[in-house]
Ligand binder design. Structure first.
Ligand SMILES: [Fe+2]
Length: 266
């Protein structure tokens, strides 16, 4: 059985500053990690596109994604696991509790959430999804609750992959990043947590590196799940992978609101 269970998760690190980050282990067993990595390495596996220098990616909602989860049990269980309201609320509550420990952090005031299963908000998604989504969106525009859906991709990154410091789209509530294999950060590929040198006048999505300091580098560790709240202060990036013979296997996902979020300061 490949069923994933919330009760198996162990918190291995909590970071409340510069923004709330919680790292978990034990989501998947070793044999599941290996099975997933082997599937992603197969020549017959089709990726949707290559982005950010060298990151091949299979995006939720595409035909490639549907084919991939059909053939691979572990990826199918992962997709089912994250696409649930209770899972969103678990990660969200833990991050929000941690958020309260830092009075300088952003917060938002939604209390009630409507969760949309199988919701795909992407141009490349299948026609049926698009149709369903349009109906969901228009029905939802009359409600005051926060409409949330889960999005993610399976990805393989190699030499050349990098991500400049940024925060994710303004609709994002929280992100999760899962490392399928160990990857030495000596040649890049680390998850970088940035902080501002001083409080900026305006929080822009891709701030200049000269206004930032690296707070911490997280080396990809097999089986760890990094979750973080995605406020305008949640600046993160990846240092460029160079001269590494290995590939970085991971999945990156989010819980995202249908409407733009109004983040506020305490
Ligand atoms: Fe990001």
């Amino acid at each position: 059985m490949n069923n994933l269970n919330l009760n198996n998760l162990k918190i291995i690190e909590e970071i409340s500053y510069p923004y709330p980050i919680i790292i978990y282990s034990n989501l998947l067993k070793n044999n599941q990690l290996e099975e997933l990595q082997a599937s992603l390495s197969k020549e017959e596996t089709s990726f949707d596109k290559t982005v950010m220098g060298n990151r091949r990616t299979i995006l939720k909602g595409t035909t490639n994604f549907e084919n991939f989860i059909k053939k691979n049990d572990v990826s199918r269980s992962i997709n089912q696991f994250f696409d649930k309201k209770e899972i969103f609320e678990f990660f969200y509550q833990n991050l929000q509790n941690l958020n309260k420990k830092n009075p300088y952090n952003f917060y938002f005031s939604y209390k009630k959430f409507n969760f949309f299963k199988n919701f795909i908000n992407r141009k490349s998604s299948k026609v049926l999804f698009k149709f369903k989504n349009r109906i969901t969106k228009s029905l939802f525009s009359i409600s005051n609750n926060c409409g949330v859906y889960c999005d993610f991709d399976f990805s393989v990154a190699g030499n050349g992959y990098a991500r400049e410091p940024h925060f994710d789209s303004k609709e994002r509530i929280l992100n999760f990043l899962f490392y399928i294999n160990n990857f030495s950060g000596k040649e890049g590929g680390n998850f970088q947590i940035y902080k501002y040198k001083q409080t900026p006048k305006e929080y822009i999505q891709q701030p200049s590196i000269k206004d930032l300091l690296i707070f911490k580098n997280l080396e990809p560790k097999k089986g760890s799940l990094v979750t973080f709240l995605s406020s305008p202060q949640s600046i993160h990036g990846v240092d460029k992978i160079n001269n590494n013979k290995e590939k970085r296997y991971f999945f990156y996902g989010s819980y995202t609101s249908i409407k733009e979020i109004e983040w506020k300061k305490y």
